[in-house]
Design a protein around this ligand. Structure first.
Ligand code: PGA
Length: 952
């Protein structure tokens, strides 16, 4: 088989996975299941609501029916009826009705997750046809269709590494207290569908669902105070306790089975297919609440979690492994432990009590394992002590405590001794059971659980170096050009004498930067991941961080990762990296490996989605080429959110549509905000997430897609230019735009919500430039316009079509994964957008003088939609069979969303009228918290919860 046909087959299969979707039969099953679950949860909620608010329940029924009627008919009359009905609500009823719809919407989103999990399961059981991507299928395809050697596949898998990094991004609007209840409902629904139940058990299950729904209804939906970064870390870590820690070894077993199917051995026990990272409490970019002390706290919290999780696993093993036959090595190790105990290493334990509790030399496994358990116990005591003594050096304290563990190897070694002993004495079956899982957990999660990345903006490091050079009379670092800066930093990096004066006068900001580095020097290095520089532009940005690490005494330096975010920075990234790789000191320092991060949201905010997508595509190719030139292994770290505006999309398609050969066995990705719940909130979903990443990275490594044709690239360059100009002409250069944006959307009100610990803007005052990318996207999503995703697209396609290139575009859509995914995502966004809703926001909230701009934008929206469909050759939005299920899901979801949009407009209008000093009927409620409350209900972001899952 020729290479070309291999690649084409790869594309065809990837395409069939993405586009064929479920068969007609599966579709019918999906639809029926979704409807059934949706009805059950809605009826249960309404019975709870009726119990508490009998006089309002009928109104909610009527509003839902009107909303359904409008969503089906799409007629203006039906919309007006719905608006009128909502307008007649008394002010104090607004909040209750909004709460009711918010709960209904959350429950509806739950049914989508439940059905997806059910269909997945049914597909695995062979009950329905479903083109499910999985590692098992990838292995089969690589061997049977592409003729690859199974041993090579095995080796590639052993080397493969996907880093999943949980960030604290403020995009999970739903409180943990509610998420936990929804998780419970999901698992009861799962039991209802999958377990053979007696009528009594069924009733108990339904009662439990009702009780959780009622508890959710009676729980305050709104975070009344801002979460601290520590709160965010605790929330993030809860996924390790709930699904990841126990799910990972089960997932690895599935990979073992898949390997067995192609005649290969199980994965070696030290293979780390996944590495987990976190930003919660480490990402200080624009977040003044993340201090050095915060970072110390979250590192200790994660270590304590890892210790406790391991402790409970080891305790189970102590009881499991009552085996007496053992290798000489294990017997000797057990004897040594008992001897040491006798000598009173642990003074409180006598040999007799120890033997009774922990086994005797006749049960050597128990002796060795209980020693581990004992030390883990001491470790958690020490960690707790460190938590309440913030002045202590964590690393030194752990290193100097003989009872505590400071290094995971010290646990893995005795566990391997047990494993080898079982294998040597003919008890491999026992070795391959729970012990294997625990060894794999210790390998992946160690004593750190997840590695904390640190992130800070480039200018902050430059300020710190500037403070030093100015104080030492060397001049102002900030005033030097790039060549002077780089020369200075490299010289100082090679210098032995310290540069940082002990008495350096520091501004608060500089003290924070230096304080952070000093704190990092006191933390165990296995707890730390990368040091990310946001808004990185040049080589000196990277060198500055290396120098600060050296000067602050960090011995095992964190790898420094530039994050390229704006279009200009993406274009310059290759030059910056070439300067670094070309320097002998730097090249030796990185020892052949470099990580670079690319930011999807900020590039989109800067240039519009299409230009950003192409800029990101090209920068990956250029970075891969420059790394290859200097013989450096490059890992790309993709900073994407869940929604399309923030680079979100189906994980496997996102990977397969990257430029060929830019993924070679390693990948890092962020999992942000609401995506954590989407991808790791439930056991089966967590497996599926890990499976998708594993299979996609393996295929991208072993069977990369075909290079795009030169004429496709040229077309993309042209469209990228046109779309960027059109986007910036509005967003940057139209003098009416900022006011239009600020009045049409709730962007200013969003800042009052307590979604995350981070402020919405980098600087307190300022324009769109200082606004973070998340509220920028969020604001457009709330009103269902999604402007940053499509603005510029219509002009770009129009120019191509006018130049007679429609067929070329259609060819690109048919045969190029990158372009196909780009348009597929746009189609989904158009289907979720609603210009009628946008018009309502405009009519109610925007000054009449700005309506002309809004109308122009709406025309641009319609044109972009029409042209996208023309290139895709689709008759209407989501009209192809592959998107039929998504279409059904959107139809079922829509009636829950529309009333929330209308109520949000009402509240925004009221709150703004009050702030403008106008007379407002406030009887019965305070519109300010009500408006904020409505936004917490997040009318359009919540449907996007579905979007992430739709696209997985
Ligand atoms: P950032 O993230 O602003 O923290 O870089 C943007 C995003 O996640 O969308």
């Amino acid at each position: 088989m020729s290479l070309l046909s291999t690649r084409r087959d790869g594309f065809a299969t990837a395409l069939s996975m993405s586009k064929d979707g479920p068969s007609a039969y599966a579709l019918e099953v999906n639809q029926a299941l979704l409807k059934e679950d949706d009805d059950l949860l809605r009826q249960t909620f309404l019975s709870v609501f009726r119990h508490h608010h009998p006089q309002l329940a009928n109104k909610v029924d009527v509003i839902f029916a009107l909303s359904q009627a409008w969503c089906m008919s799409e007629s203006d009359d039906d919309f007006d009826m719905l608006v009128k009905r909502l307008e007649t609500l008394k002010p104090d009823e607004h909040i209750l009705v909004a709460s009711a719809f918010s709960q209904l919407l959350n429950l509806h989103n739950l049914t989508e997750e439940i059905v997806t999990a059910r269909v997945e399961k049914a597909a695995r059981l062979g009950e329905v046809e479903q083109s499910t991507r999985s590692t098992n299928k990838s292995l089969e395809r690589l061997v049977n269709e592409l003729g690859q050697n199974p041993e090579d596949i095995f080796k590639a898998l052993c080397r493969q590494r996907v880093d999943i990094v949980f960030t604290a991004h403020p995009t999970q609007a739903i409180r943990q207290s509610l998420l936990k209840k929804y998780q419970k409902i999901r698992s009861e629904m799962d039991a209802l569908h999958n377990t053979r139940m007696t009528p009594y058990e069924r009733l108990e299950c339904l009662d439990e669902i009702k009780s959780q729904i009622q508890a959710a209804w009676r729980t305050d939906e709104i975070r009344r105070k801002k979460p601290t970064p520590q709160d965010e870390s605790r929330q993030g870590l809860s996924y390790f306790h709930d699904t990841i820690f126990h799910g990972l070894p089960v997932f690895l077993r599935r990979i073992d089975t898949a390997l067995k199917n192609i005649g290969q051995p199980m994965l070696p026990l030290d293979t780390k297919l996944f590495n987990f990272g976190a930003w919660m409490g480490g990402d200080r970019d624009g977040n003044p609440f993340v201090t050095a002390a915060t970072t110390r706290d979250v590192v200790l919290g994660a270590r304590l979690s890892a210790t406790m999780l391991l402790q409970s696993q080891i305790s189970r093993l102590v009881y499991e492994l009552s085996v007496w036959r053992a290798s000489d090595e294990l017997t000797a190790a057990a004897a040594r432990i008992l001897e040491a105990r006798k000598d009173g290493l642990y003074a409180h334990t006598t040999r007799e009590s120890y033997e009774t509790e922990f086994g005797s030399v006749r049960e050597p496994f128990r002796v060795v394992l209980s020693e581990i358990r004992e030390r883990l116990n001491s470790t958690s005591t020490t960690l707790r002590y460190l938590m309440s003594h913030p002045h202590l050096n964590v690393k030194e304290t752990l290193d100097n405590d003989p009872g505590a563990y400071s290094d995971a190897e010290a646990i893995i070694t005795p566990l391997m001794l047990c494993y080898d002993s079982l294998v040597a004495t003919g008890d491999s079956t026992i070795a391959f059971s729970e012990l294997t899982d625990v060894i794999r957990q210790a390998q992946t999660f160690g004593l750190h659980l997840c590695q904390l990345d640190i992130r800070q903006e480039s200018t902050k490091h430059a300020e710190a170096i500037d403070a030093i050079t100015t104080y030492l009379g060397l001049g102002s670092f900030n005033a030097w050009d790039e060549a002077q800066r780089t020369a200075f930093l490299l010289k100082e990096l090679e210098e032995r004498r310290p540069l940082l004066p002990a008495d350096l006068p520091m501004s608060e900001e500089v003290a924070d930067v230096i304080g952070t580095f000093k704190m990092l020097a006191t933390l165990p290095s296995d707890s730390l991941g990368a040091y990310i520089i946001s808004m990185a532009h040049t080589a000196s940005d990277v060198l500055a961080v290396l120098l600060l690490q050296k000067e602050c005494g960090i011995r095992e330096t964190l790898r420094v990762v530039p994050l390229f975010e704006t279009l200009d920075d993406l274009e310059y990234a290759e030059t910056a990296m070439e300067q670094l790789f070309g320097n002998a000191w730097y090249h030796a320092h990185i020892a052949g490996a470099q990580e670079c991060m690319i930011g999807y949201s900020d590039s989109g905010k800067d240039a519009g989605r299409l230009a950003a997508a192409w800029g990101l595509y090209e920068v990956q190719e250029r970075l891969a080429a420059v790394a290859a030139k200097y013989d450096v292994h490059l890992t790309l770290f993709h900073g994407r959110g869940g929604t399309v505006g923030r680079g979100g999309g189906p994980a496997h398609l996102a990977i397969l549509s990257q430029p060929p050969k830019t993924i070679s066995g390693t990948l890092r990705v962020t999992v942000q905000g609401e995506v954590m719940e989407q991808q790791f909130g439930e056991k089966e979903i967590a497996f599926r997430t890990m499976d998708l990443y594993t299979s996609a990275v393996l295929e991208a490594t072993l069977a990369p897609m075909e290079e795009p044709q030169a004429v496709w690239r040229e077309a993309m360059r042209e469209m990228s230019r046109t779309s960027c100009e059109a986007y910036r002409a509005v967003v940057r250069h139209d003098p009416r735009f900022i006011e239009y944006f600020q009045t049409l959307t709730p962007v200013n009100e969003l800042g009052r919500m307590n979604i995350g610990s981070r402020p919405a803007k980098r600087k307190a005052h300022g324009s769109i430039d200082t606004l973070r990318a998340i509220p920028w996207i969020f604001a457009w999503t709330q009103i269902r316009f999604h402007l940053p995703v499509w603005l510029g697209m219509g002009q770009a396609l129009r120019a191509m079509i006018d130049a007679g290139k429609l067929e070329l575009l259609q060819d690109m859509y048919q045969n190029w994964m990158f372009f196909r995914v780009t348009l597929d995502m746009l189609e989904m966004v158009f289907a979720k957008a609603d210009p009628r809703v946008v018009t309502m926001y405009q009519r109610q909230l925007v000054d009449a003088g700005l309506h002309a701009l809004g109308d122009e934008l709406l025309r641009t929206f319609y044109e972009a939609e029409e042209l996208v469909l023309k290139v895709m050759k689709h008759k209407g939005l989501l009209s192809s069979s592959s998107t039929a299920f998504l279409q059904q899901k959107l139809q079922l979801r829509a009636p829950y969303v529309a009333p929330l949009n209308i109520l949000q407009v009402y509240c925004l209008k009221t709150i703004r009228d009050i702030e403008a000093g106008k007379e407002v009927d406030e009887s019965g409620y305070n519109p300010v918290p009500a408006a904020v409350a409505l936004m917490s209900r997040d009318p359009e972001k919540t449907p996007f919860v579905g979007a992430v899952e739709d696209t997985l």
